[in-house]
Design a protein around this ligand. Structure first.
Ligand SMILES: Cc1cc2nc3c(=O)[nH]c(=O)nc-3n(C[C@H](O)[C@H](O)[C@H](O)COP(=O)(O)OP(=O)(O)OC[C@H]3O[C@@H](n4cnc5c(N)ncnc54)[C@H](O)[C@@H]3O)c2cc1C
Length: 455
């Protein structure tokens, strides 16, 4: 969490020299149609805030700079394949999702619990014996980790599930790698299981992320399913938006600044609602409210999609790179990086709607750099590694599209999870205020709504 001290000071002193001609008029809204709350940003945080305020009968308007809702949750349809912008999943245990989403209407398609882990040239299964008791024996004797490691996983899972989520955020914390070592996990287990698994979730191969996030993730994986909406991840923000009254969202409205109770758009318009909720990502929030400390550094990801004629593995599980995971310490003797993959998922086995009938959609997430050229050369190591895993048939897989996402997750210390900050009539929310996740974004929106209602 960025350090917010001095925000009050900045708000009253910054941008005093703004020429008034830039903002000539107040938006012409009659008094009775004037919204009480204006929310900047129609990502999951802003939409959740708007849904809750609307449920409470509070007139609300969302200003969104792009032409669609969802922010970082977005999906494209390419030749009949649904491609999410970066591999993303919905954990059904997320409390804010349970509260606001209609899972039935999303037609959630679920993963098989557990993971397939690359080990000594093949895939070993690490099951989830709590959810699939029949996998207990196989998991206990899986070559991934010692029996002690598996008992420690049980303890971690138990501890993470104790108390409330808010309690969890107040527990002593340290970097995830330090916590795992302190809990006694063996180095091979950390490197083969935790690094590719959590490295993919946190987009942080080094596992510097707070152990609070480790416990949050374990708690969520333990309590529900890993799922995908049949129509792609973008169906989540779409469902939230559809529950709002017509005309609540104004697209292509870019907010330049929020000062002294007023919202200024780049178009020159201005609003002066009773309450302003800034629900943008941290970088935009820092600019809009004029507080550079709000800006969090970013974690990136590079993700590739391939179409194949048949599935390389029908077990509907996450496939992790295991002993081939490059977390910055493994190089082969020729200096070529031939270990770029973090995880692979055969999406159409889990959600058949993601591919046209008879075709297979495969997602490949990598640890490749953010500035990576997603066409041509960069695909060579990916394909080579896939050929090692699934055989020569991979050469016939059709590359559909790649996504290089430099601004994927904000880096947070998670040292201070607090409700969104209210400063006068301005409230902040977004995933950078809680955990960098769908739950964190939506819950921060819900908390912002509570504060907005009370102002
Ligand atoms: C590749 C990837 C994989 C992920 N995987 C998962 C996962 O598996 N599970 C999970 O739980 N989470 C995952 N996440 C995280 C999750 O998607 C985000 O935490 C969440 O969507 C953030 O929502 P938000 O509303 O806080 O911010 P955003 O989605 O960034 O929304 C901010 C909105 O504000 C708008 N905006 C910005 N500036 C302005 C302005 N000046 N004026 C008006 N509007 C503006 C933006 O256009 C945007 O619509 C992933 C994220 C990415 C990118």
């Amino acid at each position: 969490m960025p350090d917010f001290r001095g925000w009050e000071y900045n708000l009253v002193t910054l941008n005093k020299s703004r020429p008034s001609s830039l903002f000539p008029s107040d938006c012409h809204l009659s008094q009775d149609r004037k919204p009480k709350v204006v929310i900047v940003g129609a990502g999951l945080a802003g939409l959740s805030c708007a849904v809750r305020l609307t449920q409470r009968g509070i007139r609300t308007i969302l200003l969104e700079s792009t032409d669609r809702v969802g922010g970082r949750v977005r999906s494209d349809v390419v030749d009949g394949f649904t491609l999410d912008h970066g591999f993303q999943v919905l954990l059904t245990a997320y409390p804010a999702c349970r509260e606001l989403l209609d899972y039935k209407k999303l037609r959630l398609q679920v993963f098989e619990p557990g993971a397939l882990i690359r080990h000594a040239g093949s895939f070993a299964m690490l099951g989830d014996p709590w959810r699939r008791p029949t996998q207990a024996f196989r998991t206990a004797f899986s070559p991934i980790g010692t029996l002690g490691d598996k008992l420690r996983v049980a303890k971690l899972r138990r501890d993470a599930s104790r108390g409330t989520l808010d309690d969890l955020y107040t527990r002593p914390h340290e970097p995830t790698h330090a916590r795992l070592a302190r809990l006694g996990f063996t180095t091979p287990f950390i490197n083969e299981f935790f690094r590719p698994f959590l490295g993919g979730v946190f987009l942080d191969p080094q596992l510097e992320t707070s152990s609070r996030m480790l416990e949050f993730v374990f708690r969520m994986f333990a309590a529900g399913d890993i799922s995908l909406p049949a129509d792609g991840m973008a169906a989540i923000p779409r469902q939230l938006a559809e529950s709002l009254p017509r005309g609540s969202i104004r697209f292509n409205q870019s907010v330049e600044a929020v000062e002294e109770g007023k919202i200024y758009l780049t178009s020159g318009e201005s609003f002066d609602p009773a309450v302003i909720v800034v629900a943008t990502e941290s970088t935009a929030a820092a600019q809009i409210v004029g507080v550079p400390q709000l800006e969090a550094p970013w974690r990136h990801t590079v993700n590739h999609y391939f179409a194949a004629e048949k599935s390389p593995d029908k077990r509907k599980m996450l496939m992790l790179a295991g002993d081939e995971y490059d977390f910055g310490q493994q190089e082969n003797s020729s200096g070529v990086n031939d270990r770029v993959i973090s995880n692979v998922v055969v999406l159409s086995d889990i959600a058949p709607q993601y591919a046209p009938p008879g075709r297979t959609l495969i997602s490949v997430s990598t640890t490749q750099g953010a500035g990576y050229d997603v066409s041509g050369e960069g695909l060579v190591p990916v394909r080579n590694q896939l050929i090692r895993w699934f055989g020569k048939g991979v050469a016939n897989w059709e590359h559909l599209r790649s996504y290089s996402i430099p601004y994927a997750l904000p880096v947070q210390s998670l040292s201070n999870i607090t409700p969104p900050l209210a400063n006068g009539n301005i409230i902040l929310c977004g995933d950078y205020c809680e955990t960098p996740s769908i739950q964190g974004a939506m819950n921060s929106g819900l908390r912002a709504a509570e504060i907005a209602q009370s102002l």
